[in-house]
Design a protein around this ligand. Structure first.
Ligand SMILES: Nc1ncnc2c1ncn2[C@@H]1O[C@H](COP(=O)(O)OP(=O)(O)O)[C@@H](O)[C@H]1O
Ligand code: SF4
Ligand SMILES: [Mg+2]
Length: 333
Protein backbone atom coordinates (compact mmCIF):
# COMPACT_ATOMS: atom_id res chain seq x y z
CA UNK A 1 0.00 0.00 0.00
CA UNK A 2 1.25 3.41 -0.98
CA UNK A 3 -0.62 6.22 0.81
CA UNK A 4 -1.26 9.42 -1.12
CA UNK A 5 -3.50 11.08 1.47
CA UNK A 6 -3.52 10.47 5.22
CA UNK A 7 -6.15 12.14 7.36
CA UNK A 8 -5.69 11.92 11.11
CA UNK A 9 -8.28 12.94 13.73
CA UNK A 10 -9.56 15.75 11.55
CA UNK A 11 -12.18 18.13 12.98
CA UNK A 12 -14.22 21.04 11.76
CA UNK A 13 -16.39 22.59 14.43
CA UNK A 14 -18.24 25.70 13.28
CA UNK A 15 -18.87 28.22 16.06
CA UNK A 16 -22.50 29.31 16.06
CA UNK A 17 -23.26 32.90 16.79
CA UNK A 18 -26.17 33.20 19.27
CA UNK A 19 -28.87 34.46 16.81
CA UNK A 20 -28.38 31.39 14.57
CA UNK A 21 -28.26 29.01 17.46
CA UNK A 22 -31.88 28.23 18.09
CA UNK A 23 -30.99 24.86 19.69
CA UNK A 24 -29.02 26.26 22.58
CA UNK A 25 -30.60 29.51 23.77
CA UNK A 26 -29.16 28.97 27.21
CA UNK A 27 -25.68 29.36 25.72
CA UNK A 28 -26.44 32.98 24.92
CA UNK A 29 -27.45 33.59 28.50
CA UNK A 30 -24.24 32.00 29.72
CA UNK A 31 -22.10 33.73 27.07
CA UNK A 32 -20.87 30.36 25.85
CA UNK A 33 -20.30 29.56 22.20
CA UNK A 34 -21.88 26.45 20.77
CA UNK A 35 -20.22 24.45 18.01
CA UNK A 36 -21.67 22.53 15.11
CA UNK A 37 -19.53 19.40 14.73
CA UNK A 38 -19.56 19.08 10.92
CA UNK A 39 -16.48 16.83 10.79
CA UNK A 40 -15.60 15.02 13.98
CA UNK A 41 -12.40 13.08 14.58
CA UNK A 42 -12.18 11.67 11.05
CA UNK A 43 -9.21 9.45 10.14
CA UNK A 44 -8.59 7.52 6.92
CA UNK A 45 -6.00 6.79 4.25
CA UNK A 46 -6.36 6.99 0.49
CA UNK A 47 -3.79 5.00 -1.48
CA UNK A 48 -2.18 5.95 -4.78
CA UNK A 49 -4.36 4.92 -7.72
CA UNK A 50 -7.30 4.10 -5.45
CA UNK A 51 -10.90 5.24 -5.80
CA UNK A 52 -12.43 5.81 -2.37
CA UNK A 53 -16.14 6.55 -2.01
CA UNK A 54 -17.70 8.72 0.68
CA UNK A 55 -21.42 8.23 1.29
CA UNK A 56 -23.91 9.61 3.77
CA UNK A 57 -27.15 11.57 3.84
CA UNK A 58 -27.37 15.28 3.17
CA UNK A 59 -25.88 17.40 5.96
CA UNK A 60 -23.61 14.66 7.38
CA UNK A 61 -20.44 16.63 6.60
CA UNK A 62 -19.25 15.31 3.21
CA UNK A 63 -18.72 18.70 1.55
CA UNK A 64 -17.10 20.15 4.68
CA UNK A 65 -14.60 17.27 4.64
CA UNK A 66 -13.94 17.96 0.94
CA UNK A 67 -13.40 21.68 1.64
CA UNK A 68 -10.91 20.80 4.37
CA UNK A 69 -8.99 18.48 2.04
CA UNK A 70 -8.93 20.97 -0.84
CA UNK A 71 -7.85 23.55 1.75
CA UNK A 72 -10.71 25.96 1.20
CA UNK A 73 -11.39 25.68 4.94
CA UNK A 74 -9.04 25.56 7.91
CA UNK A 75 -9.51 22.58 10.24
CA UNK A 76 -10.32 23.04 13.91
CA UNK A 77 -7.89 20.22 14.67
CA UNK A 78 -6.15 17.15 13.26
CA UNK A 79 -3.74 16.53 10.41
CA UNK A 80 -3.89 16.20 6.62
CA UNK A 81 -0.82 14.64 4.99
CA UNK A 82 -0.66 14.69 1.21
CA UNK A 83 2.39 13.11 -0.42
CA UNK A 84 3.86 13.09 3.13
CA UNK A 85 3.48 16.87 3.47
CA UNK A 86 1.43 18.39 6.28
CA UNK A 87 -0.89 20.46 4.10
CA UNK A 88 -3.42 20.90 6.93
CA UNK A 89 -0.98 23.29 8.60
CA UNK A 90 -0.95 25.65 5.62
CA UNK A 91 -3.54 28.40 6.05
CA UNK A 92 -6.40 28.05 3.55
CA UNK A 93 -5.75 31.52 2.12
CA UNK A 94 -2.08 30.64 1.48
CA UNK A 95 -2.68 27.23 -0.07
CA UNK A 96 -3.22 28.70 -3.57
CA UNK A 97 0.55 29.26 -3.73
CA UNK A 98 1.53 25.90 -2.23
CA UNK A 99 3.40 23.42 -4.49
CA UNK A 100 0.83 20.67 -3.74
CA UNK A 101 -2.08 22.91 -4.80
CA UNK A 102 -2.08 21.72 -8.42
CA UNK A 103 -1.92 18.08 -7.33
CA UNK A 104 -5.33 18.15 -5.59
CA UNK A 105 -8.20 19.15 -7.84
CA UNK A 106 -11.93 19.14 -7.39
CA UNK A 107 -14.91 18.58 -9.65
CA UNK A 108 -17.83 20.43 -8.12
CA UNK A 109 -21.38 19.31 -7.42
CA UNK A 110 -23.05 21.81 -9.71
CA UNK A 111 -21.07 22.71 -12.84
CA UNK A 112 -23.41 25.65 -13.42
CA UNK A 113 -22.14 27.28 -10.23
CA UNK A 114 -18.50 26.29 -10.61
CA UNK A 115 -17.92 27.37 -14.24
CA UNK A 116 -17.47 31.09 -14.85
CA UNK A 117 -20.50 32.11 -16.99
CA UNK A 118 -18.35 34.70 -18.80
CA UNK A 119 -15.78 32.08 -19.90
CA UNK A 120 -16.20 29.83 -22.92
CA UNK A 121 -15.54 26.11 -22.40
CA UNK A 122 -12.07 26.70 -23.88
CA UNK A 123 -11.35 29.50 -21.38
CA UNK A 124 -12.64 27.43 -18.45
CA UNK A 125 -10.17 24.64 -19.25
CA UNK A 126 -7.36 27.03 -20.21
CA UNK A 127 -7.63 29.18 -17.08
CA UNK A 128 -5.60 26.98 -14.65
CA UNK A 129 -3.04 26.26 -17.39
CA UNK A 130 -2.53 29.99 -18.02
CA UNK A 131 -2.30 30.85 -14.33
CA UNK A 132 -0.19 27.98 -13.00
CA UNK A 133 1.76 26.71 -16.04
CA UNK A 134 1.97 30.10 -17.82
CA UNK A 135 0.93 28.43 -21.10
CA UNK A 136 -0.30 30.57 -24.02
CA UNK A 137 -0.65 30.65 -27.80
CA UNK A 138 -0.50 27.43 -29.77
CA UNK A 139 0.87 25.39 -26.86
CA UNK A 140 -2.19 26.35 -24.79
CA UNK A 141 -4.58 25.60 -27.64
CA UNK A 142 -3.03 22.17 -28.27
CA UNK A 143 -3.13 21.30 -24.59
CA UNK A 144 -6.78 22.36 -24.15
CA UNK A 145 -7.83 20.46 -27.26
CA UNK A 146 -5.95 17.37 -26.07
CA UNK A 147 -7.73 17.48 -22.70
CA UNK A 148 -11.14 18.08 -24.34
CA UNK A 149 -10.53 14.97 -26.47
CA UNK A 150 -9.61 12.95 -23.36
CA UNK A 151 -12.99 13.78 -21.79
CA UNK A 152 -14.82 13.25 -25.13
CA UNK A 153 -15.94 16.88 -25.38
CA UNK A 154 -16.36 17.69 -29.09
CA UNK A 155 -13.92 20.48 -30.07
CA UNK A 156 -16.76 22.35 -31.76
CA UNK A 157 -18.22 22.99 -28.27
CA UNK A 158 -15.11 24.75 -26.95
CA UNK A 159 -16.32 28.17 -28.06
CA UNK A 160 -19.64 27.82 -26.26
CA UNK A 161 -20.51 29.40 -22.93
CA UNK A 162 -21.74 27.23 -20.04
CA UNK A 163 -25.40 28.21 -20.57
CA UNK A 164 -25.14 26.88 -24.15
CA UNK A 165 -24.06 23.42 -22.95
CA UNK A 166 -26.10 20.48 -21.59
CA UNK A 167 -25.58 19.22 -18.01
CA UNK A 168 -23.37 16.35 -19.22
CA UNK A 169 -21.29 18.66 -21.42
CA UNK A 170 -20.80 21.13 -18.55
CA UNK A 171 -19.65 18.29 -16.34
CA UNK A 172 -17.13 17.22 -19.01
CA UNK A 173 -15.78 20.79 -18.99
CA UNK A 174 -15.54 20.60 -15.17
CA UNK A 175 -13.70 17.26 -15.38
CA UNK A 176 -11.40 18.63 -18.11
CA UNK A 177 -10.58 21.60 -15.88
CA UNK A 178 -9.98 19.20 -12.99
CA UNK A 179 -7.45 17.07 -14.88
CA UNK A 180 -5.80 19.96 -16.78
CA UNK A 181 -2.95 20.31 -14.27
CA UNK A 182 -2.32 16.55 -14.15
CA UNK A 183 -3.29 16.14 -10.48
CA UNK A 184 -2.61 13.09 -8.32
CA UNK A 185 -5.96 13.35 -6.54
CA UNK A 186 -9.32 14.28 -8.01
CA UNK A 187 -12.07 14.96 -5.49
CA UNK A 188 -15.54 14.64 -6.98
CA UNK A 189 -18.35 16.04 -4.81
CA UNK A 190 -21.65 14.50 -6.01
CA UNK A 191 -20.67 15.24 -9.63
CA UNK A 192 -23.46 13.28 -11.29
CA UNK A 193 -26.33 13.95 -8.87
CA UNK A 194 -28.01 16.49 -11.17
CA UNK A 195 -27.83 14.27 -14.31
CA UNK A 196 -30.34 11.78 -15.59
CA UNK A 197 -29.46 8.11 -15.22
CA UNK A 198 -28.27 7.46 -18.80
CA UNK A 199 -25.90 10.48 -18.84
CA UNK A 200 -24.72 9.55 -15.35
CA UNK A 201 -23.71 6.06 -16.57
CA UNK A 202 -21.69 7.51 -19.47
CA UNK A 203 -19.89 9.94 -17.15
CA UNK A 204 -19.08 7.18 -14.65
CA UNK A 205 -17.52 5.13 -17.47
CA UNK A 206 -15.50 8.17 -18.52
CA UNK A 207 -14.24 8.68 -14.96
CA UNK A 208 -13.23 5.03 -14.71
CA UNK A 209 -11.33 5.28 -18.01
CA UNK A 210 -9.55 8.48 -16.96
CA UNK A 211 -8.45 6.96 -13.68
CA UNK A 212 -6.76 4.04 -15.49
CA UNK A 213 -5.24 6.20 -18.24
CA UNK A 214 -3.93 8.96 -15.99
CA UNK A 215 -3.13 6.95 -12.83
CA UNK A 216 -5.41 9.21 -10.77
CA UNK A 217 -6.74 8.64 -7.27
CA UNK A 218 -10.36 9.60 -6.56
CA UNK A 219 -12.28 10.63 -3.51
CA UNK A 220 -15.81 10.21 -4.85
CA UNK A 221 -18.58 11.75 -2.77
CA UNK A 222 -22.16 10.64 -3.22
CA UNK A 223 -25.37 10.05 -1.33
CA UNK A 224 -25.99 7.10 -3.71
CA UNK A 225 -24.36 3.79 -2.77
CA UNK A 226 -25.10 2.29 -6.18
CA UNK A 227 -23.00 4.93 -7.92
CA UNK A 228 -20.16 4.36 -5.46
CA UNK A 229 -20.34 0.62 -6.08
CA UNK A 230 -19.71 1.17 -9.80
CA UNK A 231 -16.67 3.40 -9.43
CA UNK A 232 -14.95 2.76 -6.11
CA UNK A 233 -12.58 0.20 -4.60
CA UNK A 234 -13.42 1.11 -1.00
CA UNK A 235 -16.16 3.10 0.65
CA UNK A 236 -16.49 5.19 3.82
CA UNK A 237 -19.91 5.76 5.37
CA UNK A 238 -20.38 9.05 7.20
CA UNK A 239 -23.05 9.87 9.78
CA UNK A 240 -23.33 13.25 11.56
CA UNK A 241 -19.68 14.14 11.08
CA UNK A 242 -18.22 10.73 11.89
CA UNK A 243 -17.01 7.85 9.75
CA UNK A 244 -19.08 4.91 10.96
CA UNK A 245 -17.86 2.23 8.55
CA UNK A 246 -15.05 1.80 6.04
CA UNK A 247 -13.99 -1.13 3.87
CA UNK A 248 -13.81 -2.69 0.40
CA UNK A 249 -16.98 -1.78 -1.46
CA UNK A 250 -18.17 -5.35 -2.17
CA UNK A 251 -17.42 -6.44 1.40
CA UNK A 252 -19.55 -3.56 2.71
CA UNK A 253 -22.39 -4.48 0.35
CA UNK A 254 -22.26 -8.17 1.28
CA UNK A 255 -21.58 -7.84 5.01
CA UNK A 256 -22.46 -4.37 6.33
CA UNK A 257 -21.89 -4.08 10.09
CA UNK A 258 -23.14 -0.68 11.18
CA UNK A 259 -26.96 -0.37 11.49
CA UNK A 260 -26.85 2.85 9.45
CA UNK A 261 -24.96 1.17 6.58
CA UNK A 262 -27.43 -1.72 6.77
CA UNK A 263 -30.31 0.75 6.31
CA UNK A 264 -28.58 2.37 3.32
CA UNK A 265 -27.99 -1.00 1.70
CA UNK A 266 -31.51 -2.22 2.37
CA UNK A 267 -32.83 0.77 0.40
CA UNK A 268 -30.46 0.01 -2.51
CA UNK A 269 -31.26 -3.73 -2.49
CA UNK A 270 -34.96 -3.00 -2.82
CA UNK A 271 -34.13 -1.04 -5.98
CA UNK A 272 -31.90 -3.85 -7.32
CA UNK A 273 -34.74 -6.32 -6.79
CA UNK A 274 -36.89 -4.34 -9.23
CA UNK A 275 -38.69 -2.10 -6.75
CA UNK A 276 -38.75 1.68 -6.87
CA UNK A 277 -35.85 3.63 -5.37
CA UNK A 278 -36.64 3.91 -1.68
CA UNK A 279 -35.66 6.76 0.57
CA UNK A 280 -33.67 5.55 3.54
CA UNK A 281 -36.33 5.38 6.23
CA UNK A 282 -35.08 5.54 9.76
CA UNK A 283 -37.47 5.90 12.63
CA UNK A 284 -36.66 7.95 15.67
CA UNK A 285 -34.98 11.17 16.45
CA UNK A 286 -32.03 12.63 14.55
CA UNK A 287 -29.37 13.85 17.00
CA UNK A 288 -28.30 17.46 16.76
CA UNK A 289 -24.79 18.10 15.42
CA UNK A 290 -24.60 21.11 17.80
CA UNK A 291 -22.55 20.33 20.92
CA UNK A 292 -23.26 16.58 20.62
CA UNK A 293 -22.89 14.41 23.72
CA UNK A 294 -19.28 13.14 23.57
CA UNK A 295 -20.26 9.96 25.44
CA UNK A 296 -23.20 8.80 23.31
CA UNK A 297 -23.41 7.14 19.91
CA UNK A 298 -24.54 9.72 17.34
CA UNK A 299 -26.89 7.18 15.77
CA UNK A 300 -28.62 6.28 19.05
CA UNK A 301 -31.89 8.15 18.40
CA UNK A 302 -32.52 6.32 15.09
CA UNK A 303 -30.82 2.99 15.76
CA UNK A 304 -33.16 -0.05 15.63
CA UNK A 305 -30.86 -2.18 17.83
CA UNK A 306 -29.67 0.39 20.37
CA UNK A 307 -28.90 -0.55 23.95
CA UNK A 308 -28.49 1.52 27.10
CA UNK A 309 -24.71 1.29 26.97
CA UNK A 310 -24.78 3.15 23.62
CA UNK A 311 -25.66 6.30 25.59
CA UNK A 312 -22.61 5.95 27.82
CA UNK A 313 -19.86 5.11 25.38
CA UNK A 314 -19.14 6.76 22.04
CA UNK A 315 -18.19 3.99 19.60
CA UNK A 316 -15.06 4.75 17.59
CA UNK A 317 -13.90 2.99 14.43
CA UNK A 318 -12.01 -0.21 15.13
CA UNK A 319 -8.31 0.54 14.91
CA UNK A 320 -7.26 -2.26 12.58
CA UNK A 321 -8.61 -4.42 9.80
CA UNK A 322 -9.60 -3.73 6.21
CA UNK A 323 -13.29 -3.59 7.15
CA UNK A 324 -13.89 -1.40 10.22
CA UNK A 325 -17.04 -0.09 11.86
CA UNK A 326 -17.97 2.14 14.78
CA UNK A 327 -20.76 0.29 16.58
CA UNK A 328 -20.55 -1.21 20.05
CA UNK A 329 -22.70 -4.17 19.01
CA UNK A 330 -20.79 -5.14 15.89
CA UNK A 331 -17.52 -4.76 17.78
CA UNK A 332 -18.59 -7.01 20.64
CA UNK A 333 -20.20 -9.49 18.21
N1 LIG B 1 -19.89 27.60 7.08
C1 LIG B 1 -20.69 26.90 7.88
N2 LIG B 1 -21.11 27.38 9.06
C2 LIG B 1 -21.90 26.66 9.90
N3 LIG B 1 -22.36 25.43 9.60
C3 LIG B 1 -21.99 24.88 8.43
C4 LIG B 1 -21.14 25.59 7.50
N4 LIG B 1 -20.95 24.76 6.41
C5 LIG B 1 -21.63 23.62 6.66
N5 LIG B 1 -22.26 23.70 7.86
C6 LIG B 1 -23.08 22.65 8.48
O1 LIG B 1 -22.27 21.51 8.56
C7 LIG B 1 -23.05 20.33 8.38
C8 LIG B 1 -22.47 19.53 7.25
O2 LIG B 1 -22.70 20.22 6.02
P1 LIG B 1 -22.13 19.67 4.64
O3 LIG B 1 -20.68 19.40 4.81
O4 LIG B 1 -22.51 20.62 3.57
O5 LIG B 1 -22.92 18.29 4.47
P2 LIG B 1 -23.17 17.37 3.16
O6 LIG B 1 -22.20 17.78 2.12
O7 LIG B 1 -22.95 15.97 3.67
O8 LIG B 1 -24.59 17.61 2.76
C9 LIG B 1 -24.48 20.82 8.13
O9 LIG B 1 -25.17 20.75 9.36
C10 LIG B 1 -24.29 22.24 7.65
O10 LIG B 1 -25.43 23.01 7.98
S1 SF4 C 1 -23.38 1.77 19.10
FE1 SF4 C 1 -25.46 1.28 19.72
S2 SF4 C 1 -26.74 3.00 19.04
FE2 SF4 C 1 -24.75 3.14 17.99
S3 SF4 C 1 -25.09 2.09 16.05
FE3 SF4 C 1 -24.26 0.56 17.45
S4 SF4 C 1 -26.08 -0.40 18.39
FE4 SF4 C 1 -26.77 1.47 17.41
MG1 LIG D 1 -22.55 18.31 0.04
Amino acid sequence: MNPLLKVEELNKHFPLTPPQNVFKRWARLNHQTSYLHAVDNVSFTLNKGESLGLVGESGCGKSTLVRLLTRLLDPSGGRILFNDRHIGEVQAKEFALHPERAKIQQVFQDPTDSLNPRFTAFECIADPLKRLEKLNGLALQNRVEGIATQVSLPLTLLERYPHQLSGGQKLRVGIARGIALQPDLLILDEPTSALDVSVQAVILKLLDKLRCELGLSYLFVSHDLNVVRLLCDRVMVMYLGKIVEIGPVEEIFQRPRHPYTKALIAAVSHFDAGGPVQRVRLQGELSSPVDPDPHACRFYGRCPVRENRCLKQMPELEETGIHRSACLLSQSG
